[in-house]
Design a protein around this ligand. Structure first.
Ligand SMILES: [Zn+2]
Length: 199
């Protein structure tokens, strides 16, 4: 472990308060930018900062992925016209009545009914991408769920209407959305990406 990794900022939570420990900012030496005539035109400024991303009421969703579960939310408010609607991606509150939604496990529904609603294949990616390219982004629909989930296909080529099943990074979770991926129904365990399981 490098000195930087040892001192890299971490956050503990004690009595619902964040305790920051270590360094959250690292500055590296800059370097001059010189044009073809040998004249200075500027400098590069390397900066490294640790972003603190709090999940709040959505934490349960990310923790569930690490346990091979897909948790959605449902409105159970008798006075809401959307009562009974199941939302995936997970949301803390019903978007229609703003009441706190109920958490529902839809792992089995996703395994039985997930299918590709639409897709796009991206040959280029943004900064900090860690997924292999091309990235096969898929939109997945589920029976009884009123929203469409965005995800990425790890095996094969997407086809409209293709049945897909969720896979989860349960062996070395990152606690990010990348812990959830999809493969065509019938994919063999041995063909899953490293650290991923069927849950
Ligand atoms: Zn509602």
């Amino acid at each position: 472990m490098s000195i930087e990794e040892k001192t890299r900022g971490k956050v503990r939570v004690v009595n619902n308060r964040y305790k920051f420990e270590g360094n959250f900012h690292y500055a590296s030496p800059n370097s001059p930018m010189i044009n073809e005539s040998g004249k200075l035109v500027g400098v590069t400024n390397p900066r490294d900062m640790t972003y603190v991303h709090t999940y709040g009421g959505e934490a349960v969703f990310f923790e569930s992925l690490s346990q091979g579960k897909l948790v959605a939310s449902r409105c159970d408010n008798d006075d809401c016209r959307s009562k009974g609607s199941i939302f995936m991606p997970f949301r803390i509150h019903c978007p229609d009545c703003l009441m706190r939604a109920t958490q529902v496990d839809i792992t089995d529904i996703a395994k039985r009914t997930g299918k590709i609603y639409s897709f796009m294949i991206c040959e280029r990616s943004g900064a900090f991408n860690t997924l292999p390219k091309p990235i096969k982004f898929i939109n997945i629909e589920f029976e009884g769920v009123c929203t469409i989930l965005m995800g990425y296909l790890s095996v094969g080529t997407p086809v409209m209407g293709m049945r897909v099943v969720p896979i989860f990074n349960t062996k070395k979770p990152t606690y990010t959305i990348l812990d959830l991926s999809w493969v065509p129904e019938g994919t063999k365990k041995k063909d899953l990406p490293k650290n991923f399981t069927f849950g």
